[in-house]
Each structure stands twice: as structure tokens, then as C-alpha cells.
Design a protein around this ligand. Structure first.
Ligand code: 3PG
Length: 220
């Protein structure tokens, strides 16, 4: 089954993919509403907690205006679990052909992590043209995106790892960057404290930053 490319278009429009770690459905719903209120209706809920699948399920059911995906998907079984829960896209820290093929069987877009040219070639072999660059700050930051784009002009990157309000535009200003991912808006301490106001504030700040760039580009 071919993947739903409109989901990647939605991610491109959002420009930022919040990486969320929540323990349960209640916190998942709180975060989803805070992101939506901040103007960013996207959430990548990572499979790093036992409550991830139930949080995805709750968001898909109760906050359907938020595009919910699953992150840290590292096995084919997790692909099944994430899709069953309602994940509309999948993200992985690395590239596993098994994981990518299972996602493709479900017709759900997947952004596997790449950190080297060989990883990118493996992703292209699997028919993908959009990948997560991870960990972006360690791999070389915006300079790495530029260097990787030279031999792979058709590939779009979602740099993730060490992205924050301070360097967001350095990534988003690169044409090969589809969107940037990160957890800074949804810091775990904010989630644990239920500080939805601060999550919404940081989200709005990220949205405004991204919008400032499109204004500059359009005006250029
Ligand atoms: C991820 O899994 O994508 C990263 O943990 C997010 O990186 P960050 O916490 O540095 O934003």
C-alpha cells in the first residue's frame, strides 16, 4: 500500500514536529490540547513509555484535529501497535528495513532516522524520500543537512535532536528541510507538572518563528 503523502504535506505545513513523552492518556490529551492551542496541531508520541499507545489512542479519538504520530518506533510489532492505536505517521531513531516495510504495508508514512550517507541510500532503496536526521546536533547540525543535500538533492530532512527556539530557523531556512522535530516545547518536566500554559506559550513561539521565515521568503 502506498503511504498517505498528504500526511507529510501536513507535517511540512506545520514545520515543527513536537516530540512528546507522556506516561498516560490523560497527559497525552493535555499535551495535545496545549499544542493545538499554541497553533501546532501535531504530536509525535514516543514509544518510550508503557502509556504511549493509550495516549495515541486517546488523542486520535478525543482531539482529532491534532495529527498524531508515534515516535521511537524500532520494531515491526511497534509499527502494528502504533497503527492500531491510530498513529497517522511513524518516526524511528534509525533505519530498519523491517520497520519501514511494515509501515509501508499499512500505508502509513514513516520517517526513519539517518545519520550517514549509507543510511540515506538505504532509505532511498526502500522508496523513501523523507527521513529524520538524528541526532541532528551531533551529526553536525545545519551544516550536516547542507552537506547531505549535495549528493541527495531529492531527499527532505526532518532534523531532530538538540533543536530549540534558538536554532530552529537555522534548520528551517534550508530548502531540504521538511520540518524540524524536538521536545523543547513539551519538556517532560512541564508535562509532569501539568503546565499546559507554558507548553502552549513555547508552541506559539515556535509557530511564530517558523511563520516569520515564510514571511521573509515570500517577501524576498
Ligand atoms: C527524539 O527522539 O527525536 C529526540 O529525543 C528529540 O530530541 P530533543 O529531545 O533533543 O529535542
Amino acid at each position: 500500500m502506498s503511504a498517505d503523502t498528504s500526511v507529510l504535506e501536513q507535517i511540512e505545513r506545520a514545520r515543527v514536529v513536537p516530540v512528546v513523552v507522556v506516561d498516560d492518556a490523560r497527559d497525552g490529551l493535555g499535551v495535545a490540547a496545549a499544542l493545538r492551542d499554541g497553533g501546532l496541531p501535531v504530536a509525535e508520541v514516543t514509544f518510550r513509555t508503557a502509556g504511549a499507545a493509550s495516549a495515541i489512542e486517546a488523542i486520535a479519538r478525543e482531539v482529532p484535529e491534532v495529527l498524531v504520530g508515534a515516535g521511537t518506533v524500532i520494531t515491526a510489532a511497534q509499527v502494528d501497535e502504533a497503527v492500531r492505536a491510530g498513529a497517522r505517521f511513524l518516526v524511528s531513531p534509525g533505519l530498519s528495513a523491517d520497520v519501514v516495510r511494515r509501515a509501508q504495508e499499512h500505508g502509513v508514512p514513516i520517517l526513519p532516522g539517518v545519520a550517514t550517507p549509507s543510511d540515506i541510500i538505504a532509505a532511498l532503496d526502500l522508496g523513501l524520500t523523507a527521513v529524520k536526521l538524528f541526532p541532528a546536533n551531533v551529526v553536525g547540525g545545519p551544516a550536516a543537512v547542507k552537506a547531505f543535500s549535495a549528493p541527495f538533492p531529492g531527499v527532505r530532512f526532518v532534523p531532530t535532536g538538540g533543536v530549540s527556539a534558538a536554532n530552529l530557523l537555522d534548520y528551517l531556512s534550508l530548502p531540504s528541510v521538511l520540518a524540524a522535530g524536538g521536545s523543547w516545547m513539551v519538556d517532560r518536566s512541564l508535562v509532569r507538572a501539568g503546565d499546559w500554559t507554558e507548553i502552549t506559550r513555547r508552541t506559539r513561539e515556535a509557530v511564530e518563528l517558523a511563520a516569520s521565515l515564510s514571511t521573509v521568503t515570500e517577501g524576498a
